[in-house]
Design a protein around this ligand. Structure first.
Ligand code: PGA
Length: 249
């Protein structure tokens, strides 16, 4: 039985005390969950949440990281600092980073390579805007983000990479791609990966869907052959919604 990768992106929400409270509840309510579950709190809460998650199978994630190992980079958090706290995976190239902070493919790629070098699994986010979709650019946009994001990643390291397909128009809007539409884009991502690494390697890559995933739509999305997990924003902020998502089957 394949296990799904369900990740919660807490974004810029929750104080340390709130993060600890949520992590404690999740640790309790998701004990024995058969899926791979990860939570990505804000940087300020990582250390405290790491402490709570000790002895739990829930993995600790970060929402971003700097593109350098260390040095004079005011305001950045490095891969070494994340590793030090026990961070196992890092969300990179989220559309909010791409659009609000103008992170481009080259920068995202630099971070992907750096995460892999230090044994942190990158979750490479890709996704089109509504305008790009409506003007027929969906495949070009997704193809570029996947190819450029993975530039220099060898086949051996690909196993540690998760790709998250998050249509920008579905993030935080309550609009979800239909399972069929999402699966079609996931299949396209797999085709791009097959072109780069071969069929076998492409098949093994975990491709998450993200964008208004909720307890009532998660099962239909996960039932699709190319959807291997979910990257959950809003619904990951409460146990009442995140637990049923992680326990969708
Ligand atoms: P959402 O966010 O679930 O609130 O749409 C998903 C994400 O941005 O990762």
């Amino acid at each position: 039985m394949r296990s799904y990768f369900i990740a919660g992106n807490w974004k810029m929400h929750k104080t340390v005390a709130e993060s600890v409270a949520l992590a404690k509840e999740l640790k309790d309510k998701l004990a024995g969950c058969s899926e791979k579950v990860l939570v990505a709190p804000a940087f300020t809460s990582l250390a405290a949440v790491a402490e709570v998650l000790k002895g739990s199978s829930i993995l600790l994630g970060a929402q971003n990281m700097g593109p350098e190992e260390q040095g004079a980079h005011t305001g950045e958090v490095s891969v070494l600092m994340l590793k030090d706290l026990g961070v196992k995976a890092v969300i990179l190239g989220h559309s909010e980073r791409r659009h609000s902070y103008l992170e481009g493919d080259a920068l995202v790629n630099k971070k992907v390579l750096l995460a892999l070098k230090h044994g942190i699994e990158p979750i490479l986010c890709v996704g089109e805007t509504l305008e790009e979709r409506e003007s027929g650019k969906l495949e070009a946009v997704i193809g570029t983000q996947v190819r450029e994001g993975l530039k220099g990643v060898d086949e051996g390291s690909l196993k540690a990479v998760t790709v998250a397909y998050e249509p920008v128009w579905a993030i935080g809007t309550g609009k979800t791609a239909t399972p069929e539409d999402a699966d079609a884009v996931h299949a396209y991502i797999r085709k791009v990966l097959a072109g780069l690494y071969g069929e076998q390697a492409a098949k093994a890559v975990c491709i998450q869907y993200g964008g208004s995933v909720k307890p009532d739509n998660v099962a239909a999305l996960m039932a699709k052959p190319n959807i291997d997990g979910a990257l959950v924003g809003g619904a990951s902020l409460k146990t009442e919604s995140f637990v049923p998502i992680a326990r969708f089957r």
